[in-house]
Ligand binder design. Sequence first.
Ligand SMILES: *Cc1c(COP(=O)(O)O)cnc(C)c1O
Length: 391
Amino acid sequence: MSAAREPLDVAAIVAAIDEVLAAATRPIALHEPRFGGRELDYLGECIRTGWVSSAGAFVDRFEEEIARFTGARHAVLTVNGTAALHVALLAAGVSRDDEVIIPALTFVATANAVQYCGAIPHFADSEERTLGLDPSKLAEHLAQISDVHDGRCINRQTGRRIAAVVPMHTFGHPVDMAPLLDTCRTYGLPVIEDAAESLGSHYHGRHTGTLGRLGVLSFNGNKVVTTGGGGALLTDDPNLARSLRHLTTTAKLPHAWEFRHDEVGYNYRMPNLNAALGCAQLEQLPAFLEAKRALAARYAQALSRITGARFFVEAPGVTSNYWLNALLLDREDTGARDALIEALHKERIHVRPAWTPMPLLPMYRGCPAMDLRTTKSLHARLVNLPSSPHL
Ligand SMILES: *Cc1c(COP(=O)(O)O)cnc(C)c1O
C-alpha cells in the first residue's frame, strides 16, 4: 500500500512505546476506566433514596447532559450500545430479510444488531484515511448492484431491499460523512451512525452520532467514559425519540396502575445506578479527552522516527477522541505484526490487532459484500496501543 519499503524495526518501536509508557505500572491494559470524580457520592445517593432501577433522577439528568454535550436534540439511554443499535435499526424501519450496509472492519456488535432484526449484514470496505466506511466505494458499489423502485433500494444480486447504512467511527476517528450522506440521500437510505467509540469526536464541528438520522453511543467499561454497561441513542427527531423511549421500556402505555403494552417492546432502559456513574464520568470527560490527545501526541512524537510503520492521526477537518491509538504498518505482513505484538506483551504492554473482519466469522461467512481489499490490508497492518487517559 505504502511507498515505504523498509522492514519493520520491531526493537525500535518497542523502545519508543516503552519510553512513552515509562511512568506507568505494568501490566498496561489497552483501555481502563478511571474513577476520579463523584462516582461514590452519586451511587450512594441511588442506594440511600432507593432509586436504583430504570427510573430515577440520574437517568433524566444523564440523558439531558448527553444531549447537551453532543448537540443532539434527544438522547435515550439504554442498557448497552448493542441494544441501542438494535432498536435504532428497528426504529429506522429495518425488518426481516432486509440488508443493512455496515463496514466489514468493526466490532461484532454492529453485525449482531442487524441479525437481531432478522436482517442480513452487507459488508462495505473501509478507507485508509479514516479507517471507516469508504464513501466513494459505497457510491460505486450501489451504482453497480442496486436499483431504486418506488423509493426502495433493491440489491439486484439478491433481490432483497437495502434498508439502511451504518457507518462506524473506528477507534474514535470520524467517517467522511458528507459524501456518505449524499450517496445515502440519493438512494433513500437512512444513516444510523455507530458512534459507540467516538464520544467527544467531531466531524467538521458536529459531534459524531448527530449527522445521520440516528446515532448510537456505548458506555461499556473500555470506552471513553463508562456506566459499567450502557448506551445511548441520539436523534433530532422528536417522534423517533418518543418511539425509541417506548420500544426500550417494554412498549408500556402510560397509566397509573394498568399494564398495557401495544407492541413487542424491550427491557433496554438504562438503570439509575448506571446513569449515576455516567453523570460522574461525564464531568471528567473534558479532562479525559485532553489527556487522550496529549497521549496521542506523545506516541506520534516518539514514533515519528521509526521505519516500517506510522502512528495513525486524525484526518484534516475532524477531531478524534483518540479512543484507541493505532500504529499502521507499511506492509501487509501478519508475521511482523504478531512479532511486534508478542515483543510488547513480553514488556507487559497489552497491544492488540484490529477485530477479525466480519465476513471471516463463521456466522457472517457468505453474507453479501463489496470488494474488501482495504479492510484486509488494514487488518493485516494495524496494532492498537494502550490508550487509557491516566497514561
Ligand atoms: C463498544 C461497541 C459497541 C457497543 O458495545 P456495548 O458493549 O454493547 O455497549 C458497538 N459497536 C462498536 C463499534 C463498539 O466498539
